[in-house]
Design a protein around this ligand. Structure first.
Ligand code: GRF
Length: 250
């Protein structure tokens, strides 16, 4: 079942990354034939059914440590019925995380699992897995989760954990990805949604979107440009997962 799932998910991902669908122009001054580096919206993809045919909402468990702008983007995509999903629970590890207020405002259960209260990464992950199972989560979404995962969590949700990273992986994995890209002098950067594997920011790539790096960019201006794209491709990637899961369970 798991193997079949990953195969079908990757087939659908392949459909999305085949030109001309994944690439239209970054700059409207470029000729029409120039491929874009920004992923299209789901309705623009041929052969991808809309979310409305899905019977059951996909049950999401979100892990977040910070501001929660990706959390909010997912919430909004659900609210506007572009994503047939339901956020079962938010798990956060930092008591001051701003994401908590965003969850509370929408009556989404928010559970603090402070990493400082656990003797090891494995013990934290075991508790996270327990909570996610209690809330009957189908898919785990790391939306700014600033902890390294262990095999404990990966085994609890095999091929069912997605992460978003602010670079075009495999370039610039790890912390301060935006600064890494600026320091390297790249002219194009972006973001990546990928399936989580043990090695940090590795794993099969689901979707990417690119943005230009401008000469006067600071880490803040480039990060803001990248986040606009994160807020598009993360919900889209979850929507693709929902479609594949639905087609397998039919
Ligand atoms: C995002 O930039 C994401 O790429 C990285 O953490 C950040 C989280 O931002 N993994 P937010 O909390 O969703 O605003």
């Amino acid at each position: 079942m798991e193997a079949l799932f990953l195969k079908q998910f990757q087939a659908l991902i392949g459909l999305c990354s085949r030109p001309p669908y994944s690439y239209m122009s970054l700059d409207s001054a470029l000729p029409d034939s120039t491929p874009s580096l920004i992923s299209p919206a789901l309705p623009e993809l041929p052969g991808i059914p809309t979310q409305t045919h899905l019977k059951l909402p996909l049950k999401l468990g979100i892990l977040a440590s910070g501001t929660g702008s990706n959390f909010e983007a997912i919430v909004n995509t659900i609210a506007t019925q572009q994503l047939h999903a339901q956020i079962q629970v938010l798990v956060y590890n930092n008591p001051d995380a701003k994401v908590v207020a965003k969850a509370r405002k929408r009556d989404i259960p928010a559970i603090l699992l402070d990493h400082r209260c656990f003797a090891s990464r494995e013990e934290l992950d075991a508790q996270i897995a327990k909570v996610l199972h209690q809330f009957q989560v189908d898919l785990v979404v790391m939306a700014g989760w600033m902890r390294r995962v262990t095999q404990v969590l990966i085994d609890a949700f095999p091929d069912r954990i997605l992460n978003i990273h602010p670079s075009l992986l495999p370039s610039f994995p790890g912390i301060r990805a935006v600064e890494q890209a600026l320091n390297a002098g790249v002219k194009i950067s972006g973001c990546t949604v990928h399936v989580v594997r043990l090695e940090v920011d590795s794993g099969p790539i689901v979707m990417q979107a690119a943005v230009p790096v401008l000469p006067d960019d600071t880490p803040q201006t480039l990060a803001a440009r990248i986040q606009v794209q994160e807020h598009r491709i993360f919900p889209q990637s979850i929507a693709l997962y929902a479609i594949v899961k639905n087609s397998i369970s039919e």
